[in-house]
Design a protein around this ligand. Structure first.
Ligand SMILES: [Zn+2]
Length: 440
């Protein structure tokens, strides 16, 4: 294709095709190296960036596990840089459960279908589309922008973001702020107000194994030191425990905006009444008000007439920013002295203020494309690659703008069956990101 022909293609024209093509590259992440890896997707992205004059680099952390990074020179190179990051891997999908094949990237019913359509090949495609459009038409961003398309987010980022931050921190030199998942999507309140949820905080995670050692013996004998009995009592106490409500600044900001939007008083201490007033958005709030600890696995025994000497359980713990120590102290108090608690994996919580020039640029870009838009802060109950970039002192926001039809169950799309993204939402996202880059 000649230069003049390609110059006529806009980001809005390209985004759907880019999203489809990315979905068709299966990057399922099984949490080990048994999947196809991200190499093909990383090469695809690199090719799309090289076509418009960038010099992308591909970093392979393990065979087939690859990320692509490129830097766009801005107008004012003395200013700190902005990072735009997206992950290339997806969680696996079982095709039998889906209406359309999860790796088809099919466009139907005004949506792009497939695994990754919202998590997060949509944002990868939007980023590519906007950057290609801007570079084809010679529109530099006001400052340097680093683009990172990453492996392994769905398994904690060890072979993606964490690898690059640890081994190649120079790629992010001068970067002070970042945008990525999971934020920027819309929640329509009424015909006069549409909220766009910008992620400003993430809960931390603490995965643990609990062990009780007891006295092994014959199942017919009296045994007052049964490991299973002791462990199950402790796990039961923990699973039923309601951790105290702790309202962090992001959640406070979110609740204040909701109070305003719905014209009701919201009392985080009275969750039942609060959730009843909010309807569909309530699901987003519940777990961001308190620490949680969910028992997820149990193990003990090998024969019905043998009391085992040991019993174990696994627990998925999540804590609020600023409340990790309180969480661990609560755990030990609830579990009691018989239970040994080991940390299997932990990652930090994040929280930043919802203010500053970058937030203003998000607000303005959304408002310009949607007159009833209002950007509000919120806390994600899960984790993203932002945790790794925070290690470099980068202030991270979830901002992958999407305007969604009110009836779409967006939260249910993440890792869900029939994951799909509206074509209009993608095109809206391209326009918003383009405006945002004008003023970032
Ligand atoms: Zn994701």
């Amino acid at each position: 294709m000649s230069e003049s022909t390609s110059a006529a293609v806009s980001g809005e024209d390209e985004v759907v095709g880019l999203c489809s093509e990315l979905i068709r590259i299966d990057t399922s992440n099984y949490g080990d190296h048994s999947g196809p890896g991200e190499r093909a997707a990383a090469e695809y992205v690199a090719e799309k960036l090289a076509e418009v004059g960038l010099e992308p680099q591909i970093f392979e952390s393990h065979q087939g596990r690859a990320s692509t990074v490129a830097r766009i020179e801005g107008e004012d190179r003395s200013r700190p840089a902005l990072l735009i990051h997206g992950h290339l891997d997806v969680v696996p999908a079982n095709a039998d459960d889906w209406t359309r094949h999860p790796f088809s990237g099919e466009v139907a019913d005004d949506c792009v279908w497939g695994r990754g359509a919202v998590d997060m090949k949509d944002m990868d495609a939007m980023t590519l589309a906007v950057v290609r459009d801007r570079l084809r038409s010679g529109r530099k961003p006001p400052r340097d922008v680093v683009l990172a398309f990453l492996a392994d987010e769905e398994a904690g980022g060890t072979y993606g973001a964490k690898y690059l931050v640890d081994r190649h921190p120079g790629l992010f030199e001068g970067v002070t702020e970042a945008i990525g998942e999971v934020g920027g999507f819309s929640f329509t309140v009424n015909e006069n107000l549409r909220l766009y949820l910008i992620e400003t905080a993430e809960k931390g995670m603490h995965w643990m194994r609990l062990t009780v050692d007891g006295t092994a013996g014959h199942g017919s004998m009296t045994n007052r030191d049964n490991a299973i009995t002791e462990l199950c009592e402790a796990v039961g106490r923990l699973g039923r425990h309601e951790f105290p409500v702790r309202v962090t600044k992001s959640v406070r900001g979110f609740l204040d905006e909701l109070s305003d939007a719905f014209g009701v008083e919201l009392d985080p201490e009275d969750m039942e009444a609060t959730l009843a007033k909010l309807g569909g958005i309530a699901r987003m709030i519940g777990t961001t008000l308190r620490n949680t600890a969910a028992p997820t696995m149990l193990g003990a025994g090998y024969k019905v007439n043998v009391i085992p000497g040991q019993a174990t359980a696994h627990v998925d713990g999540r804590f609020l920013p600023g409340h990790e120590e309180e969480f661990l102290a609560d755990l030990d108090r609830i579990l009691g002295p018989r239970v040994k608690r080991e940390t299997l994996h932990s990652d930090k919580a994040l929280e930043t203020d919802f203010d500053g020039a970058l937030v203003d640029a998000m607000q303005a870009a959304l408002k310009a494309e949607d007159p009833i838009a209002r950007a509000v802060p919120y806390m994600l109950s899960g984790g993203t690659d932002a945790k790794s970039f925070d290690d470099l002192g980068i202030r991270c926001f979830g901002f992958a703008p999407l305007q969604l039809p009110p009836e779409l169950d967006f939260a249910g799309m993440f890792h869900g069956v029939d994951e799909r993204v509206p074509v209009d939402g993608l095109r809206f996202g391209v326009r918003v990101l383009d405006r945002f880059l004008d003023h970032c």
